[in-house]
Ligand binder design. Structure first.
Ligand code: NAD
Ligand code: UDP
Length: 337
């Protein structure tokens, strides 16, 4: 299939990763429709596509029956990238019932739609399926350690159920599927009030506000720049044959939250002080992807190093500040120990 003949549906495309993915798909010649309920996404992320004839936007919640205008007459979608779901702990915990239903009902709706259309389907799952991992780094074969009754469960268990549904459809030969387990990803177009660590501390540093470190800052994460993530998602979607199992996508460069804060303070020249806040309940102690599978079957690995990615992110947020955008919005909070 040539890229020009690809017709892609991207759910969650007004969000951070989805909007970058749409840009890449359009740049490669595809036609793209985005479905998003604008819960955490922003129309501003897609505003530059206003006059693009190969792009259309439909505001809808994937929990509900999908909009009739998605049926394109004789034309069929060839690819469904299913990203719709709040991804930041304070946002996905704000309405946990909706988060769980987005993962379960939303994924079922999109799988059925892909089946009807004969489209290939990609689910963006998460490293959160590994919970607070006892195996480090995390390979796809690790089954995880998740608290199914905690405040993160609406997302962790929701995504686990979404993966289950996806592979059930594949086993029944109803849909050709791919599942990406995304590890912490950052970059321009995150919301200033997203609540995740990179956007929080970059915005705090730029405003010379207190930097909030949850717990003692010794917990680790591994941060992947968004252009690398989009590249991995597209390679996974286009992979032949289907991997038949989830694929980790993330940057194995692991560091503590305190190290991340030091880097952001250094690159912004900020006068911010560091303040400690309680560690959120069930906050994973460490996280680092084993990306051997992605290397082997996709020929993929991240190329943007943390310094370059943080500089680009800080430059983008600085520009947003100058434009007087949403900075200063009150940060949502998560349940803490
Ligand atoms: P985001 O919050 O910026 O984007 C999510 C988008 O989905 C938003 O535009 C939101 O409005 C939309 N959405 C949420 N629920 C919806 C619903 N019920 N119906 C329609 N639209 C809905 O988050 P992101 O970081 O861009 O994450 C995108 C996907 O990648 C998510 O599925 C997330 O779980 C996954 N992921 C992201 C990360 C990361 O570090 N960014 C890590 C792991 C997994
Ligand atoms: N974190 C922090 N300060 C913040 C936001 C987050 O110290 O202002 C911590 C958080 O407790 C976690 C890590 O940074 O240990 C990554 O948090 P994030 O919400 O970005 O992602 P996730 O926990 O889902 O990996």
């Amino acid at each position: 299939m040539t890229t020009q003949s690809k017709i892609a549906l991207v759910t969650g495309g007004a969000g951070f990763i989805g909007s970058h993915l749409i840009d890449r798909l359009l740049a490669e010649g595809a036609r793209v429709t985005c479905v998003d309920n604008l819960q955490t996404g922003r129309a501003a992320n897609l505003a530059h596509l206003g006059s693009e004839p190969r792009f259309s936007f439909i505001e809808a919640d994937v929990i509900d029956r999908l909009p009739a205008k998605l049926r394109l007459g004789k034309t069929r979608f060839t690819h469904v990238y299913h990203l719709a779901c709040a991804a930041s702990p304070p946002h996905y915990q704000a309405d946990p019932e909706h988060t769980m239903l987005t993962c379960v009902l939303g994924t079922r709706n999109l799988l059925r739609f892909a089946e009807e259309q004969g489209a290939r389907f990609l689910l963006t799952s998460t490293s959160e399926v590994y919970g607070d991992p006892e195996v480090h780094p995390q390979p796809e074969t690790y089954r995880g350690w998740v608290n199914c009754t905690g405040p993160r469960a609406c997302y962790d268990e929701g995504k686990r159920a979404a993966e289950t549904l996806t592979f059930d459809f594949a086993r029944a030969k109803r849909v050709d599927v791919r599942v990406a387990r995304i590890f912490n990803t950052y970059g321009p177009r995150m919301r200033a009030d997203d609540g995740r660590v990179v956007s929080n501390i970059v915005c705090q540093a730029l405003g010379d506000e207190d930097i909030t470190v949850y717990g003692d800052g010794s917990q680790t994460r591994s941060f992947c720049y968004v252009s690398d993530m989009v590249d991995g998602l597209m390679r996974l979607m286009n992979s032949e044959p289907a991997p038949g199992a989830p694929v980790n996508l993330g940057n194995p460069n692991e560091l503590t939250v305190s190290d991340l804060v030091d880097r952001v303070l250094a690159l912004t020249g900020s006068r911010s002080a560091v303040v400690h806040r309680p560690l959120p309940i069930d906050d994973p102690r460490r996280r680092r992807p084993d990306i051997s599978r992605a290397r082997d079957i996709l020929g993929w690995e991240p190329r943007v190093d943390l310094q370059a990615g943080l500089e680009a992110t800080a430059a983008w947020f600085a520009q947003e500040r100058r434009a007087g955008s949403t900075l200063g919005a009150e940060l949502l909070t998560v349940a803490a120990e």
